[in-house]
Design a protein around this ligand. Structure first.
Ligand SMILES: [Mn+2]
Length: 359
C-alpha cells in the first residue's frame, strides 16, 4: 500500500505539471510505468484503501473509482445505485441516474479534498457495490427487491449511500434502515417537493407520496424531521418542519444549519437529498424541476456544516441525465456524495463517532 501511495503522490505532481507542460505527457514520462496498477482500479485494485493512477476521462466507472465489488469485508461505506424510474409522475429517466453520477464522480477522485486537503480514501474504506437488480416489468416486486438489496449491506454494519433513481426508492430504503436501527428515524430532506401528499393506496409506486406513508407507518418521526428547499404546495405537511426555498434565501447558512440541528438533535437520522432541491439553473437534469431553488454552492455549504448529525443512511435521488446539460446535475450529485463521505471520514477519524464498518 505504501508503494501505491508514494507513486500516487508522484503521479499527482506529475499530472499537475502536465497541465502546464504538454511535452511531458508521453507514456515514458509517467511514473510507475511498469506497474500494473495504472487504470481501471475499480476492478483491479486489491486494497480497500488508497487510490490508483487513472486517466480521469477513461476506464471502468465506479463511484469515485472505488473498488467495484460485493465483498463487504472491512468496508465502512458501500455506495449502491438504484436505477429506478417507475414511480415518476412527470418525466422518466432516473434509471440512468446512477450511471450518470458515477461518470461525473471520477474527476473528484483525482485530488485531495477541498478545502481540507484530506486523502479521503486513505482513511475511509468505501466500495461501489453496483446497482440493485429488479425486474421493471414486474413493478410489484420492485419495493421488496430494493429493501432486501439494502438489508444485505446494512446488516453487515456497513453504512449505505444510495444513488438514484426516483425518490420513491427512499421508502423501501427507510424500511431497510428501520429494520436495523429501529423506528422512528428522523428525516432530513432536501427537496423542492414535500412528498407527503395523501395517498389512498399503500402500494402506490409514486415518488410524491412515500413520506406520507412513512409518517403514517411510523418509519419517520415528523417531530424530529425537517424539509429544506420546498417550493410546492401541500395542505398538510404532516407535522414535518418545512423551511421552504424562500426561507433559505432569506437566512444564512449558519441559521439553516442551526434549525436542522435543533430539529433532529442526536436522534438516528436518514438524510435524503433530492437533486431538484437545487434550482433548475444548477440541476436541469431531473424529472420534475421547480424554479427558485438552492444553488449548488448553498447546498455544499450546508452539507459541510452538518457533520454532527447522527446519520444512519443517506441517498441522493432524481438525477435524470438525459435532461442534463454538460453533466452539471450529475456533477452536483457526485459532489454532494463526495461531501457526505468527507463528513463520514471525519466522524471516523476525528470525532470517533462513526459506528459502522465490519472490521
Ligand atoms: Mn423532489
Amino acid at each position: 500500500m505504501l508503494k501505491i501511495t508514494n507513486s500516487r503522490c508522484f503521479s499527482l505532481a506529475f499530472r499537475l505539471a502536465c497541465r502546464f507542460n504538454s511535452t511531458t505527457t508521453s507514456a515514458s514520462g509517467f511514473p510507475g510505468e511498469n506497474s500494473d496498477l495504472r487504470g481501471d482500479g475499480a476492478i483491479r485494485r486489491t486494497e480497500l484503501y488508497g487510490s490508483t493512477i487513472e486517466q480521469t476521462y477513461s476506464g471502468v466507472l465506479s463511484f469515485l473509482r472505488r473498488n467495484y465489488t460485493r465483498n463487504l469485508k472491512g468496508v465502512d461505506v458501500a455506495v449502491t445505485g438504484i436505477p429506478l424510474d417507475l414511480a415518476t409522475t412527470y418525466r422518466p429517466g432516473t434509471r440512468f441516474g446512477p450511471k450518470g453520477i458515477r461518470e461525473a464522480s471520477v474527476q473528484l477522485a483525482e485530488l485531495k479534498t477541498y478545502p481540507g486537503g484530506l486523502d479521503l480514501f486513505e482513511d475511509l474504506a468505501v466500495i461501489d457495490y453496483g446497482d440493485c437488480w429488479f425486474d421493471p416489468g414486474q413493478p410489484k416486486t420492485v419495493p421488496i427487491a430494493i429493501e432486501n438489496h439494502a438489508k444485505k449491506i446494512i446488516d453487515q454494519n456497513v453504512f449505505l449511500l444510495s444513488l438514484g433513481g426516483d425518490h420513491y426508492m427512499s421508502y423501501p430504503l427507510l424500511k431497510a434502515h428501520v429494520a436495523r436501527y429501529g423506528k422512528p428515524l428522523s428525516l432530513i430532506q432536501f427537496d423542492a417537493h414535500c412528498d407527503t401528499w395523501p395517498d389512498t393506496y399503500p402500494d402506490s409506486l409514486n415518488h410524491g407520496t412515500m413520506f406520507y406513508h412513512a409518517v403514517k407507518e411510523g418509519l419517520i418521526d415528523p417531530k424530529t424531521s425537517i424539509q429544506v428547499g420546498i417550493r410546492t404546495y401541500n395542505d398538510d405537511f404532516m407535522g414535518v418542519k418545512v423551511l421552504d426555498a424562500d426561507w433559505v434565501h432569506r437566512h444564512t447558512t449558519e441559521e439553516l444549519v442551526e434549525e436542522i440541528r435543533n430539529r433532529v438533535g442526536d436522534t438516528r437520522t436518514y438524510l435524503t437529498f433530492d437533486i431538484d432541491c437545487l434550482d433548475p439553473a444548477f440541476a436541469p437534469g431531473t424529472g420534475t424541476p421547480v424554479c427558485g431553488g438552492l444553488s449548488t454552492a448553498q447546498a455544499i455549504a450546508v452539507i459541510r456544516q452538518l457533520g454532527s448529525i447522527n446519520y444512519v443512511g443517506m441517498d441522493i435521488v432524481e438525477v435524470s441525465p438525459q435532461y442534463d446539460h454538460a453533466n452539471i446535475t450529475a456533477l452536483a450529485a457526485a459532489t454532494l456524495g463526495h461531501e457526505f463521505l468527507i463528513l463520514l471520514r471525519n466522524k471516523k477519524m476525528v470525532d470517533k463517532s462513526f459506528l459502522f464498518g465490519n472490521h
